[in-house]
Design a protein around this ligand. Structure first.
Ligand code: F6R
Length: 270
């Protein structure tokens, strides 16, 4: 995993937004995998700014969201469909028909999940998957113990997740107990992942994901098996990483490579 540590979440979100914008410019009909929650909010704000001020064009982009609460329709203020409309889709020129969020009110979830996977396949797969992480180490709603080969399906939320998300619902008892979620296996098939975490409450999850053993108890740790993950963290979330100095060295080398300063890296030196 490439690890980028920025001083704060604003800088980290701007950095992350540039990875998304670069892709959209390079491949205007790309497929983005999107997350909800507090983590990507600033990244979405930056994408809106890039669209409104710099003309970043989403007209051919397709999107697939990671998950949705079971029982909530698109008009529910806490549904992830509603979140995406308010925080991104309503402010950019993405075609509504190109945006996909699992249906929390499907009647036949098995068929719905199969169809969701099929739609991703028909779109050519996900080019860039944006991910946050739960304090219990989950990606999407793949709670501890989820199969690392899992596909889109129904999942029971862990008590830690219900507690973490109670703030949005005004009480734990109001948080839905089930979610439809892409599986870990689905996520691992995306071409590139942008893994974001901000704040001191994410420090343990980040350490376990990046430097811990690969385990179904921390489903984000499966990202270690993915060929191209970029982790973008703020200082607080990266605080427990042991190999921070090395990650900074790698970033320095990456910068020199990208700016063509090859000699400084000993490339082509006599
Ligand atoms: C949301 C999602 C979740 C969140 C995670 C962190 O679509 O899939 O895995 O990314 O629960 O949530 P926040 O960002 O609210 O801390």
């Amino acid at each position: 995993m490439r690890v980028i540590i920025e001083t704060n979440s604003q800088a980290a979100s701007r950095r992350a937004a540039h990875f998304v914008a670069d892709l959209v410019k390079r491949k205007p009909d790309c497929t983005l995998g999107l997350a909800t929650g507090s983590t990507p909010q600033m990244l979405y704000r930056e994408l809106i700014r890039l669209h409104q001020e710099e003309g970043l064009d989403f007209s051919q982009v397709r999107t697939f969201n990671l998950d949705e609460y079971v029982g909530l329709g698109p008009a529910h203020p806490q549904s992830y469909r509603h979140f995406m409309q308010v925080n991104l889709f309503d402010h950019i020129n993405v075609a509504p028909a190109n945006t996909h969020v699992p249906d929390g009110r499907a009647l036949d979830f098995e068929a719905h999940c199969r169809q969701y996977e099929q739609l991703i396949k028909e779109a050519g797969g996900i080019d860039l998957q944006i991910l946050g992480v739960g304090t219990d180490g989950h990606i999407a709603f793949n709670e501890p113990g989820s199969s690392l080969g899992s596909r889109t399906r129904l999942k029971t939320l862990a008590s830690e997740t219900i507690r973490d998300n109670a703030r949005f619902f005004g009480g734990e008892e109001k948080v839905p107990r089930l979610a439809v979620t892409m599986g870990v296996g689905t996520i691992l098939e995306s071409r590139r992942c942008l893994f974001l975490a901000f704040g001191p409450h994410k420090a343990i999850a980040v350490r376990d994901t990046v430097e811990g053993p690969i385990t179904a108890q921390v489903t984000a740790s499966a990202l270690q098996l993915h060929r191209e993950v970029i982790g973008v963290f703020d200082e607080a979330a990266a605080r427990l990483l042991v190999r921070r100095d090395y990650y900074a060295e790698v970033e320095r080398a990456q910068c020199l490579l990208e700016s063509g300063k090859l000699r400084e890296l000993g490339i082509g030196a006599q």
